[in-house]
Ligand binder design. Structure first.
Ligand code: PLP
Length: 398
């Protein structure tokens, strides 16, 4: 397992953020999970099995690819892409799903539930459940099921039951509510594979640790390739799992700057975006204390993003901490900027990114030309865009 991080504390606090804000009925399950994870991460057999699956089933290590034409086109810093889009199932999500299914097996839990936004985490979970012969139920907002129909079909082929959630905005937040309700009811037989660095302790820490492999590999690959560390890391931030996975192994390297890119939607106006650090406030949502988009009465605000995977009112608690500390800065890209970046990467590099990923690409497109040519950027290419092709085609009239 990676070196033990100093954060969070035993109750999951990253400074004032994080914690365990859950109903009493879930505390026993979360404590069991925390204890099992603690044992597993010190168990060489667990690490060996996970490393083998990451290599032979998921396809790690993923390449660090020099985007030469994009670099030339932009005329500034050298851009490298960490190719998480090449992983089995098409995004970084499988790193965490594999880790958690092994934990579920250690706990003797044969029923798996998950929430999903864009469907990538649902597909990753359905995949690892199929491989392990476990029953799998995935909760998904009805709106997301419509915009990500391909992933719904994939989950069904993998043997998962996909339950449409029609409450509220019928997107990710409501899907998490339903998954938590299921977990409370079936906690003795069921493990909840949460899909981002979100929710109650131990999830933000555990999900981060399962994704640290991204940054560990990228660090080694950049040292091999350029004989020095990168100057800037860029990743999109929904809950924050692909970003924390890339950033975490570089946090002690003072020369490495990091930028998390949130969903600016149609601009920073109430209900039109999902950029929690632009107008969000300290609040509690779905198990954790963090920056949350709320209205004047403290109600959770509506969110909007062209990408279902970034469309969520809260951000992972460690990102709130990193933002306060100034170690990581956060910016946003709008729907239009992300859609333009989606096209640019496809045309210039032959890589169709996920719309989530396109937010990070959009930031790189803005930033690279402002930096000297000897600077090195790593953009986390968190997923591939197959799932988004029909939505983008409709948008561009292709
Ligand atoms: C789910 C997803 C995201 C957003 O989730 P994080 O936890 O913030 O990483 C980003 N990119 C892709 C491709 C995704 O599938």
């Amino acid at each position: 397992m990676p070196t033990l991080a100093p954060m969070p504390d035993a109750r999951g606090h990253f400074g004032p953020y994080g914690g365990m804000f859950v109903p009493e009925t879930l505390m026993a399950a979360l404590e069991e999970l925390t204890a099992e994870y603690e044992r597993a991460r010190h168990d060489p057999a667990f690490r060996r099995e996970l490393d083998e699956l990451l290599r032979d089933f998921a396809g790690r290590p993923t390449p660090l690819y020099f985007a030469e034409r994009l670099t030339k086109r932009l005329g500034g810093a050298k851009i490298y892409l960490k190719r998480e889009d090449l992983l089995h199932t098409g995004a970084h999500k499988i790193n965490n799903a594999l880790g958690q299914i092994l934990l579920a097996q250690r706990m003797g839990k044969r029923r798996i539930i998950a929430e999903t936004g864009a469907g990538q985490h649902g597909v990753a979970t359905a995949t690892v459940a199929a491989r392990s012969g476990c029953e799998c139920v995935v909760y998904m907002g009805a709106v997301d099921m419509e915009r990500q129909a391909l992933n719904v079909a994939r989950m069904r082929f993998l043997g998962a039951k996909v339950v449409a959630v029609t409450a509220g905005q019928a997107t990710l937040k409501e899907a998490i509510n339903e998954a938590m309700r299921d977990w409370v009811t079936n906690v003795r037989t069921t493990h909840y594979i949460l899909g981002s660095a979100l929710g109650s302790h131990p999830y933000p820490m555990m999900v981060r640790d399962f994704h640290r492999v991204i940054g560990v590999e990228a660090r080694r690959q950049m040292l091999e390739r350029e004989a020095r560390l990168p100057d800037l890391l860029i990743a999109c931030v929904g809950g924050g799992s692909n970003a924390i996975g890339l950033f975490h192994p570089f946090l002690q390297d003072a020369s490495v700057r990091m930028i998390g890119v949130e969903a600016g939607g149609e601009g920073i106006r109430s209900g039109k975006h999902a950029a929690r650090f632009q107008g969000g406030k300290l609040g509690v949502l779905q198990g954790t204390k963090t920056f949350v988009l709320t209205d004047a009465d403290g109600q959770i605000e509506l969110t909007h993003s062209v990408s279902a995977g970034l469309d969520y009112a809260a951000i992972g608690p460690e990102h709130s901490f990193l933002r306060d500390s100034g170690r990581v800065t956060y910016d946003y890209a709008t729907d239009d900027e992300a859609l333009a970046a989606f096209r640019t990467l496809a045309e210039v590099e032959g890589i169709i990114p996920a719309l989530e990923t396109a937010h990070a690409i959009a930031h790189a497109i803005k930033t690279a030309p402002t930096l000297p040519a000897d600077q090195l950027i790593i953009v986390n290419c968190s997923g591939r865009g197959d799932k988004d092709v029909s939505q983008a085609a409709a948008h561009f009239g292709l």
